[in-house]
Design a protein around this ligand. Sequence first.
Ligand SMILES: [Zn+2]
Length: 371
Amino acid sequence: METVKTPLSAPYGSVYCELTSYHFGKPGGPKAYIQAALHADEVPAMLVAQELRKRLQALDAAGKVTGEVILVPAANPIGLAQVINERPFGRFDLSNGINFNRGYPHYFEQLKTRLLGQLGSNAEANVRTIRRHLRELVALWQPTSDATTLKKALLEMAIDADVVLDMHCENEGELHLYVGTALCEIAQPLSKLMGACAVLHTSGAGGEPFDEACSRLWWDLAEHFGPDYPIPSACMAATVELRGEVSVSYELAARDAQAIIGYLHVRGMLDAGAVTVPEHGCAPTPLEGVQRLDAPHAGMLVYLKEVGDKVRAGEVIADLIDPVSGDTTHLKSEVDGVLFTRLSHRYIIRGMNVAKIAGAEPFRSGSLLSL
Ligand SMILES: [Zn+2]
């Protein structure tokens, strides 16, 4: 295992941040990139990373990491230092309010021009050519803040990987994945090994999250260049939501790490011995089919359903109760699906998101992710 420290802070800063990455195996073969807690206060991801580090170190020492695996155990040192009134605050950059998991570059337009005359009928050769240009494009990025220096450092390690796992968690939630529609099939072993309750897919979520910076360009390029120039979806990038922010236990972390090791085995990055992928898993559903249940007014929140529950349209998910009059609004699902996130607060104000339900029928469009 090699440890790499990347400085994030410019000279004359009052604080100094650096990013640590662990590197296993060697470059040249199948490559996986895994990062934890880009939203810095999402602790389950960081504990899973520690369990992964132990397993990867042991496999590497035994010569069983046959490809390359990069693990970033705490992907957001800037956000880790942010606390407001004793509450960790790691989702947004406090200096400008920007979500650390939004605003990554989509290199499709530059690649369209750069690749003219450079592609052929060999898909593997095309992948190599596109990755070479991608590495060059990321290297050209000129960050103007510590946060964009961080984003560039992360993307530099991930942009040419075959597998990218961006580990997060919800406020309260059951384990679920976000992937590109083109990646549903290749993500299935991961979903089954991890026991995901939902796999939410889209060809473009809006907001430019990290996983799409690594994956979306592939299907956009394939569509643009057409069948004479075969371009596979060469990067299986997924945002992995590891339940809720207090779903922090050694047992869960060990289980999740073992599932990820299993997927890396299936994808040829390492040899973990016998790995059995469960036969059954959840059917992927469109991100456009997720119903957001938002609070129509302020009130006390009492949930009647648990995360992971299958619900029917018309069923009450939660009651919202005025704390003075006792007047109660029943918040109902409008779709059949799986309740996969809830809120951890129990007094909320108008407009806050109470729950999300993964339905099978698309009905939303536009920007599909939370702020
Ligand atoms: Zn997150």
